[in-house]
Design a protein around this ligand. Structure first.
Ligand code: HEC
Length: 480
């Protein structure tokens, strides 16, 4: 087979660009870019559309018409090579290439070089050779994957992922603040521009270390002076400001999200901190509650309004009253035993009874009137009446509490008679009945009617349910 070498400007250009591209790939780590070349790299996202269209068109024409126009192939080859070279320039700006960029680069460069090979074979009148068919298949496959990885770089890794429904479902009841809350916000609103493949401002936000370390202006999170953190400064800048993050055309953080990040940084930006480690009056608690329970806060919006002055008047050394989330009328009350207790301390709360979502009366000498009051707090979700005088007869007042989820009633005189009341509390998820007169038999009966109910029999919550299951199964096996 005799090869004829027709000299033309396009052959020379294709050859020159191919050699240059190979050179770039081999000597990548030694290349230092002058800024003009870096600027050329910015054209990559625009230019890349041409070879995609032209290559698919060329393969298609070759398939149906057999003979492909030399002009079309020349154009496809040149744009593919130029795209690869500009892409290479662009990638030099990233100082730490992630996997995605790595694959995108090699697929893209490979694609351009295979196209150049096709161009050359076609010039040798081998356009119908089986080898060319194979190259065409490779070209189509590489185009699809290079394009896909490229999309991941510009739009974030899961830009083609199906909408995942309400992803808040996956947040556990006792979330790790960093893992379950902060990364969620960052992934949704920041990481598309600040990840190992796309490091705007040389800033990566996908690991805690990098998140703190910051980008080209240095530390993003200042643990010694949290308020001076660059990250917070950017979030708080007016949206019109160029340095505001995320950039104004992107989905913005809600005020709750900003406060969450702020409070989390104030508490040392830890990656082990869990919700239950926090004191209940720590602002982060209410913020997390609002964030993970948007449904709850929506129902809370329907509660009767309570004025701040009412709350201030109620609060005393023995009673803390606070709103469960910013802007809602849902209240959490915690009462401590005063030197002189009177039932009026509790029954006097009647005006806000419907607003009480959480009530902690642990250790107080509550009797019939107080229990009757509790029965009118129909929106209660969490009630703590452990170490009180509650008994089988007063416990029946709880029957109306069909929103009650958590009940702490340990160390009281209740017995198996009360089980009937607990069985009927439809929303109940967790009950603490250690140190009561409830027998194994009673626990078993409750667990059988309400299999998903978490029954706590000893103080250590985690051991407890395990223990209960064990003792329950022992009871069962004894019976057999
Ligand atoms: C659409 C892309 C985009 C998104 C989304 C985005 N950023 Fe940025 N970010 C940039 C660009 C571009 C820069 C560099 C220009 C500058 O400094 O303003 C930058 C720079 C920064 C810097 C300064 C880094 C340094 O050291 O110079 C911080 C901090 C930052 N972003 C935080 C965030 C946070 C927090 C979010 C999410 C709430 C976010 N960014 C979302 C594009 C983005």
């Amino acid at each position: 087979m005799a090869f004829t070498i027709k000299k033309s400007w396009s052959d020379a250009l294709v050859f020159g660009l191919s050699v240059f591209l190979i050179f770039c790939l081999i000597f990548e780590s030694y290349i230092e870019l002058p800024s003009l070349v870096g600027w050329l790299g910015n054209w990559h996202p625009l230019i890349l559309h041409f070879p995609i269209v032209l290559l698919v068109l060329a393969v298609y024409v070759n398939l149906v018409k057999k003979k492909i126009s030399r002009h079309l192939l020349t154009l496809a080859t040149l744009t593919a090579l130029i795209t690869a070279v500009t892409g290479f320039f662009l990638s030099l700006g990233a100082n730490n290439k992630g996997d995605i960029l790595f694959w995108h680069q090699w697929l893209g460069s490979g694609l351009a070089l295979i196209t150049a090979l096709w161009y050359w074979l076609d010039g040798q009148k081998l356009g119908q050779h089986i080898l060319v068919k194979i190259l065409q298949v490779l070209i189509v496959v590489a185009t699809v994957f290079a394009g896909h990885y490229g999309g991941m770089i510009t739009h974030g890794e899961d830009f083609l992922a199906l909408p995942s429904g309400n992803s808040l479902d996956k947040i556990p009841k006792d979330p790790i603040i960093y893992d379950h809350i902060i990364t969620r916000i960052v992934d949704e609103k920041c990481a598309s521009c600040h990840n190992p493949n796309k490091q705007k401002g040389e800033y990566i936000m996908t690991s805690l270390k990098d998140l703190i370390k910051g980008g080209k202006t240095g530390k993003a999170i200042d643990l010694e002076h949290p308020d001076k953190s660059e990250l917070l400064r950017r979030l708080h800048l007016p949206k019109e400001d160029e340095e505001h993050m995320p950039p104004s055309e992107k989905k913005q953080l809600t005020s709750i999200e900003i406060e969450l990040i702020e409070e989390w940084i104030r508490l040392d930006a830890s990656d082990t901190l869990k919700l239950h480690h926090l004191k209940s009056d720590e602002p982060l608690v209410a913020l997390v509650n609002t964030f993970i329970r948007p449904d709850a806060t929506i129902t809370w919006r329907k509660l009767p309004e309570v004025d701040n002055t009412i709350l201030e008047n109620l609060s005393s050394d023995y009673l803390t009253v606070k709103r469960l989330a910013n802007g809602t009328d849902a209240l959490s009350l915690n009462m401590y035993a005063p030197p002189q207790y009177s039932e009026h301390m509790i029954t006097g709360l009647t005006p806000i009874a419907q607003n009480i979502i959480e009530l902690d009366l642990s250790g107080l000498p509550i009797a019939e009137k107080e229990m009757a009051f509790i029965g009118t707090c129909i929106n209660l979700e969490k009630l703590e009446i452990d170490r009180t005088q509650v008994n089988d007869s007063t416990v029946t007042q709880l029957k109306a509490l069909n929103k009650l989820k958590i009940l702490k009633i340990f160390d009281t005189a209740i017995s198996d008679t009360s089980i009937a009341v607990f069985k009927d509390l439809q929303s109940l998820e967790k009950i603490f009945i250690k140190d009561t007169r409830i027998t194994n038999q009673g626990v078993l009966e409750l667990q059988n009617t309400r299999p998903s109910l978490n029954i706590t029999y000893t103080i250590d919550e985690e051991l407890v349910s395990y223990f209960i299951k064990d003792s329950v199964s022992e009871v069962i096996s004894e019976k057999k």
